[in-house]
Design a protein around this ligand. Structure first.
Ligand SMILES: Nc1ncnc2c1ncn2[C@@H]1O[C@H](COP(=O)(O)OP(=O)(O)OP(=O)(O)O)[C@@H](O)[C@H]1O
Ligand SMILES: [Mg+2]
Length: 387
């Protein structure tokens, strides 16, 4: 028989999809209180009234998005008079992009890509709602990104104020926030805050026992019995707790099982877990770095190059490495954005000129390895004319 590596049927997985982040878990334990609080806030919508605005707050991997997806799915099954829309602010970052998503959910197609103003798209949304007599609930998922961009207010305000321009339209919002310290009162206009009046639902970090419970449930459904022995699961739990993100645990399990599979073993060893962890532990950084705009990425790369030169990276020198690619104000803003995204720390040194130092956070250098095909420019080329 010919060897067909791709077709190997020796799998240890019952269902590999269960380990994908997008998988909506069948069992969602340890979040009953949070689900109840959110359901309480959304319930008025089922009676045709405006739901209570809510902020879900908790570090990454604490089940915020999952809770919203589960309740939105339930609403969709129950009624057509409420339209729940989940918008990822990692990808939809402007007022136009967010409203286009909502328009799509209501009408089944996107607004024309150009030549349509914000107001027109909003009017389209309002008309569709009025026609259906429906209540709109928008979840702006992961608004941390909009806070970093400084655009949260411009996205949120028109949503909350829609009833002013279109009387009879009822809307409510759910915001999720993965930065515990973010203070909405500092980033929102007082007038937006006063219409938001959001209640907060806290998603505390999972305990070790809860992480173990969640991973064990997933393993029971996703891999064959005995593939991950209890002692190996303990190691995964310990590592997951050390980096504080359940997603890392799920990713480690998947990679470790794949690793064992590749070596044609029937069980996962501690070695598989450690090898997998080395890749998975920077998962959140990978996500953050991949979501950067090219200009933000250029600033991060310049900081990394400057750091590699030894000593602390001073903002002015990092700027010089960009060879005039952007103005200093834009550069400073991008630097602050990298700080908000927790990719770098900024320190102002007192004294002469208050020089700013930039320190790249642990793991970022590994994740943001120079992109293939992009030559590392160590010196600026000062030629003025082209060619
Ligand atoms: N209680 C739970 N039971 C089962 N799986 C869970 C539970 N909580 C979270 N998960 C899983 O962990 C992963 C992360 O959860 P989720 O995306 O809901 O986190 P989050 O709080 O939205 O994180 P982030 O702030 O990074 O967006 C998902 O794959 C989800 O299926
Ligand atoms: Mg989320």
């Amino acid at each position: 028989m010919t060897h067909r590596p791709l077709m190997s049927d020796q799998t240890l997985f019952r269902d590999p999809d269960l380990f994908e982040f997008a998988h909506l878990p069948e069992v969602f334990n340890y979040r009953d209180t949070q689900l109840e609080d959110l359901a309480f806030a959304l319930r008025p919508a089922l009676r045709g009234a405006r739901p209570l605005n809510t902020v879900l707050r908790g570090i990454p991997g604490t089940g915020k998005t999952t809770a919203v997806r589960l309740l939105f799915a339930e609403i969709r099954e129950t009624t057509h008079a409420v339209v729940p829309v989940l918008v990822s602010c990692q990808t939809e970052r402007t007022q136009y992009a967010v409203f286009s998503r909502i328009f799509l959910a209501l009408s089944g197609h996107l607004p024309p890509p150009s030549g349509v103003s914000n107001t027109r798209v909003m009017a389209g949304v309002a008309h569709a709602l009025a026609e259906r007599g429906a209540v709109l609930i928008v979840c702006l998922d992961d608004v941390t990104r909009l806070i970093a961009d400084g655009t949260l207010d411009s996205v949120l305000a028109p949503l909350l104020r829609m009833h002013e321009a279109w009387p009879g339209v009822r809307t409510g919002v759910v915001l999720t926030l993965s930065t515990p310290e973010a203070d909405l009162s500092r980033v929102l206009d007082p007038s937006t805050l006063s219409v938001l009046q959001a209640s907060e639902v806290l998603f505390p970090p999972y305990t070790a026992a809860e992480v173990r419970g969640i991973l064990a449930d997933r393993l029971r459904a996703g891999v064959y019995p005995g593939v991950v022995p209890p002692a190996v699961l303990d190691l995964v739990v310990e590592r997951t707790m050390a980096c504080g993100d359940l997603r890392v645990g799920l990713d480690v399990v998947k990679r470790a099982v794949l690793h064992a599979e590749r070596e044609a073993r029937t069980g996962v060893t501690a070695g598989d877990v450690l090898a997998a962890f080395a890749v998975s532990r920077h998962l959140h950084l990978t996500v953050a770095v991949e979501a950067l705009t090219p200009a933000e990425r250029a600033v991060l790369d310049a900081v990394l190059r400057e750091e590699r030169g030894g000593g602390p990276a001073v903002a002015g020198q990092v700027y010089d490495r960009l060879c005039g690619e952007m103005g200093y104000a834009a550069f400073s803003e991008r630097l602050r954005k990298l700080e908000t995204l927790r990719l770098v720390d900024l320190y102002v040194r007192p004294g002469r000129g208050r020089r700013r130092e930039v320190v790249v956070r642990e793991g970022v250098g590994e994740v943001a390895a120079p992109q293939a095909g992009v030559a590392e420019e160590e010196e600026c080329r000062y030629e003025t004319g082209k060619g």
